[in-house]
Design a protein around this ligand. Structure first.
Ligand SMILES: C[S@@+](CC[C@H](N)C(=O)[O-])C[C@H]1O[C@@H](n2cnc3c(N)ncnc32)[C@H](O)[C@@H]1O
Length: 341
């Protein structure tokens, strides 16, 4: 499906704006508006290429209607615009990809929204959904304008960050779009000997390998169950990281043998405890410094902000180069870009 000058909106983890912008720039996509948690742009090109964006949570086609109230969307002209957009999107996918239609809006229970949902679903041969639906419409007032309403149509039956390769869930698994943003911060290259400490179900490893080839991609975790999930997710995504069972405080790797490192550390809430983290974090920083070559980036994400920032002040092996504050599942973790001194 080819789009021409189509207004689009990317829903992103708040705080990731600069990293998502850099991915859009790589695809020669010109941004028209950015605010916390969303980026708008006008797109000309294939829909399939938009679906390849890796750092966004979800992508929407945006239709702006100069109307005073959503009720006017039921009028023939506006309804037809929406129905045509939905039908085109359905045709871009195999039949039955979208089975249900949902509306996400303030007042989505109102009779107008319910009617709009039922009439659009019927006309598009879909079932109205009480939840989000495969074909999701978001309806809201047009930003920065006195009058007008936007209808956003999600381009995929699931958010883009819900990767098809995730066949095994893991408590505490990292959002794949955030993982991909972390990978971008390492500036992947095909010469990389890359290490993911505490790899869990393999999100960072898989995102590293989907970003391009590398000389070595190694994941280490002490939990055999987590490693079995990483193995199944990797197989589903047709990539082959090297998975090692071991303690990140005693890595089975030589000194200065790794070019790029990442870690999604236990936050001490769902995974691990604050008490265990007090000894894990300093040991891990030290061991990571041993295996990292001089100049290696180490990108890590954690919610143990005070603990990590205190530790960083007390050591000299890692220089803090950048800090990205994000919002994720209602928490405010930070992504740290460290550089081996
Ligand atoms: C937040 S989870 C990582 C989740 C992973 N990013 C994913 O998407 O599935 C943290 C991981 O650290 C591992 N871990 C905790 N302490 C460890 C240690 N001392 N050595 C190795 N792995 C450890 C846990 O088993 C867990 O899988």
């Amino acid at each position: 499906m080819r789009l021409k000058n189509q207004p689009c909106e990317a829903e992103i983890a708040p705080g990731l704006e600069p990293i998502v912008s850099s991915e859009l720039a790589d695809e020669s996509i010109a941004i028209t508006h950015t605010e916390k948690g969303l980026i708008q742009f006008t797109y000309t090109g294939e829909l399939a290429d938009l679906r390849q964006l890796k750092t966004v949570n979800a992508l929407y086609l945006r239709y702006q209607f100069p109307i005073p109230r959503p009720k006017a969307l039921l009028g023939h002209q506006h309804f037809q615009i929406l129905l045509n957009a939905i039908t085109r999107l359905q045709q871009a996918y195999p039949p039955e990809t979208f089975r249900t239609l949902g509306i996400d809006a303030a007042g989505s229970d109102s009779s107008v929204m319910q009617r709009l949902k039922t009439e659009l679903a019927t006309a598009a041969h879909l079932y109205p959904d009480t939840e989000k639906g495969d074909l999701l419409l978001r309806i809201r007032r047009t930003r920065d304008q006195a009058e007008g309403w936007d209808v956003l149509i999600r381009i995929s039956p699931r958010p883009l960050a819900t990767r098809a390769w995730r066949v095994q869930d893991y408590e505490g698994a990292l959002n794949a779009a955030v993982a991909h943003a972390m990978i971008r911060l390492t500036r992947p290259s095909r010469e990389d000997r890359y290490l993911n400490l505490a790899c869990g179900s393999g999100t960072l490893l898989i995102e590293r390998l989907t970003a391009g080839r590398a000389q070595q991609v190694i994941g280490i975790d002490h939990d055999p169950f987590a490693l079995s999930l990483a193995q199944r997710n990797s197989t589903a995504s047709k990539v082959k990281p090297q998975l090692l069972q071991g303690d990140v405080r005693a890595l089975p790797l030589s000194d200065a043998s790794i070019d790029k490192l990442t870690a999604d550390l236990p936050f001490g809430q769902l995974v691990g405890t604050h008490e265990a983290n007090r000894t894990l974090y300093p040991d891990l920083l030290q061991e990571a410094a041993r295996v990292a070559r001089i100049g290696a980036p180490f990108v890590l994400i954690t919610h143990e902000i005070r603990l990590l920032e205190n530790l960083l002040r007390q050591q000299s092996a890692w220089h803090l180069e950048d800090l990205v504050k994000i919002t994720l599942n209602g928490l405010h973790p930070r992504i740290y870009l460290l550089r081996r001194v």
